[in-house]
Design a protein around this ligand. Structure first.
Ligand code: UDP
Length: 242
């Protein structure tokens, strides 16, 4: 079932169901795009129709972030749980470990995707990391990267360029990579490689991961200004109905 929040259609699936769905996409061999939707993206999409269209044409849209889960509740269409990019990526790697999936990691600063790949190989020896590439390339270099990905014969492409850049890159290039499933995963490689730390579980349980990230990286404040604006939009639309 899909629920609607501020014009975006979000799949009301829990993590297990999401992993099942993506595994089906991989098996089908046909092209599928997965978006892990966060409030920052959805807020931007209010004034950029193309971003909203990208979301609504994706094959699977997960509620990434407490803000989205809360928004769905306010809209009277609750979803079970948060399905974040990093959690989804790790669950998919665990599934790929059993099935011998080939995956490609594209994104993050030079060296990070490779470091993340090393960590994944240790944790999931059955997973095949068929290639990596950093995320700081020019538009002209995209074709060479597409070719590299195509040659890797991967089944799953994780793209960590930040939203909405990763969603745009996937929409524009995925078909030529020939990889059946592409997922935008934001800052996941930084965390998996060990370069960035995720909030401790208790902080996540309190649903204040955003506060932790702000404390760790105060430069994020500008970006996080969007969160109260997003909350206000949700309240106006669904609670105050103005
Ligand atoms: N990034 C990249 N290329 C760019 C801009 C960003 O590879 O041109 C990477 C950046 O190094 C980081 C990720 O994209 O690893 C975005 O992380 P962020 O925490 O901002 O993403 P979020 O998960 O919050 O969407």
């Amino acid at each position: 079932m899909r629920v609607e929040l501020l014009g975006a259609y979000i799949d009301a699936l829990n993590m297990d169901e999401t992993v099942e769905r993506v595994a089906g996409f991989v098996q089908s061999g046909r092209l599928h795009r997965v978006i892990t939707l966060n409030p920052e993206y959805l807020y931007q999409a209010q004034s950029r129709q193309k971003l909203l269209a990208l979301t609504n044409s994706a094959d699977l849209v997960t509620p990434d972030g407490t803000g989205i889960v809360w928004g769905c509740k306010m809209a009277g269409q609750p979803v079970d749980e948060r399905v974040t990019g990093i959690d989804l990526m790790l669950y998919l790697c665990a599934r790929g470990n059993y099935l011998g999936w080939r995956v490609f990691l594209l994104g993050a600063a030079p060296g990070v995707a490779q470091q993340a790949a090393e960590k994944l190989k240790q944790q999931y020896p059955g997973l095949v990391i068929a290639g990596t590439h950093h995320g700081y390339f020019t538009g002209n270099e995209s074709e060479r990267i597409v070719e590299e990905i195509r040659k890797s014969n991967s089944q799953l492409l994780f793209v960590a360029l930040g939203a909405p850049k990763q969603e745009q890159w996937i929409a524009q290039h995925q078909s030529r990579t020939g990889v059946p499933v592409a997922v935008g995963v934001g800052g996941s490689f930084d965390v998996i490689s060990g370069r960035a730390q995720r909030a401790p579980e208790w902080v996540q349980r309190l649903k204040v991961e955003w506060l932790y990230r702000l404390a760790k990286d105060p430069a994020r404040w500008k970006r996080q200004l969007v969160l109260p604006k997003f909350a206000w939009l949700v309240l106006k639309r669904y609670v105050l109905k103005i």
